[in-house]
Design a binder for this molecule. Structure first.
Ligand SMILES: [Zn+2]
Length: 92
């Protein structure tokens, strides 16, 4: 008898369908905003960070954020720049 065969039904991690090559990691965002953490492996392009006006190079983990309903206006931020901006934004 192998205990591994009797997994509880709750253990469904391995069976989750693949959604995208890069998993979406929801990160903290002010009300009305959406933000995702982009891991280094998912960062393939150069972006300009609106927080410091410096380049985000390929292979650098960062954050993409947009106002809810304005997904076409996604901006890519350095993670620390986003943190700073996020804290500056109103909470309500
Ligand atoms: Zn920046």
């Amino acid at each position: 008898m192998s205990p591994r065969r009797n997994r509880p039904k709750g253990a469904r991690r391995e069976q989750e369908p693949e959604r995208a090559l890069v998993p979406e990691i929801v990160t903290a965002a002010p009300p009305g905003w959406e933000a995702r953490a982009i891991p280094a492996t998912g960062a393939a392009k150069r972006y300009r960070c609106p927080g410091c006006d410096q380049e985000i190079r390929p292979g650098v983990a960062h954050v993409v954020a947009w106002k809810r309903g304005e997904e076409g206006e996604r901006r890519h931020w350095h993670a620390p720049c986003w943190e700073r901006e996020r804290r500056r934004m109103p909470r309500a």
